[in-house]
Design a protein around this ligand. Structure first.
Ligand code: SF4
Length: 264
């Protein structure tokens, strides 16, 4: 009911009952006040929701402007946490499992991630496309382990794509926190040791009390925390292909790295 309808109803009530009792009149006036207050609250809430949506849209556009090929704002009810995703980092064991503070068995457990996601209502989800000839490279694992760049430059392109995704996570978090949404929480893809500590003997966060060398750059990956990026991508209409060590470039149209920022 709109404000004018409420007021019309109030007048009719008083006229119709012609002073039947003060209490009834007071009740009617109280109801009018409550209705008007509630209408005011509804308007305030709609305004604040509209403001929130505008700010979330700004964050989505920021992710696109910084290099994501797709970005969406999603309610956190669409953020899928599945313990099997995190287990896949350990069984069979990824070469980085246990070697980086953000990689399983370190980092956030399934329950911790679930709890954290439940404290937010909205998130920005985005992806960076990677050419299949770059990401579905049979030699990628051995090249990464050896630390020797391949002569075609594919590994540096792959590293650049992971770096791009990591930077979008941080840029979106920073802007969201400037908007007043703090703390935010961001997830990138892959391990941060190959990206930021490749030439260091160990992950400093694991070996000393000094913590991470690059806290303003590194984020845990979606997969290390049990976030099911593939199902989430499918639900927002993106094609995504699991790419293992034996995947050949011609068998997938492209690769995708996905990131997520929990905003508010
Ligand atoms: S950036 Fe380096 S020090 Fe920080 S968590 Fe990753 S590997 Fe460890």
């Amino acid at each position: 009911m709109g404000a004018s309808e409420t007021q019309r109803g109030s007048t009719a009530g008083r006229t119709g009952h012609g002073g039947i009792g003060t209490l009834e009149l007071c009740n009617q006036e109280n109801q009018d006040e409550v209705a008007m207050e509630s209408h005011g609250e509804t308007q305030a809430s709609a305004t604040s929701n509209a403001g929130l949506m505008i700010r979330l849209e700004e964050l989505r556009e920021l992710a696109l402007a910084r290099g994501a090929d797709q970005a969406v704002v999603i309610p956190t009810s669409e953020v899928i946490v599945d313990p099997r995703v995190r287990l896949k980092c350990m069984i069979p064991k990824c070469y980085m499992s246990g070697a980086c503070a953000h990689c399983p068995p370190h980092g956030s457990s399934f329950n911790e991630t679930k709890d954290m996601v439940s404290r937010y209502e909205w998130a920005v989800f985005f992806r960076v496309l990677v050419d299949s000839s770059v990401i579905a490279n049979e030699k990628a694992a051995s090249i990464i382990l050896s630390g020797v760049w391949d002569d075609g430059g594919k590994l540096s392109t792959l590293g650049g794509s992971y770096m791009l995704l990591a930077s979008i996570v941080k840029v979106v978090q920073k802007r969201a926190e400037e908007m007043g949404y703090s703390p935010t929480f961001g997830f990138a893809a892959g391990d941060c040791r190959d990206l930021f500590c490749h030439y260091q003997p160990t992950c400093q966060s694991l070996q000393t009390r000094r913590g991470c060398r690059h806290p303003s750059l590194s984020s845990p990956s979606m997969e290390s925390c049990g976030l099911d990026a593939f199902t989430m991508a499918a639900r927002v209409g993106w094609d995504a292909y699991p790419i293992g060590g034996t995947c050949r470039p011609e068998s997938v149209p492209h690769g995708a790295l996905m990131g997520l920022v929990l905003v508010t």
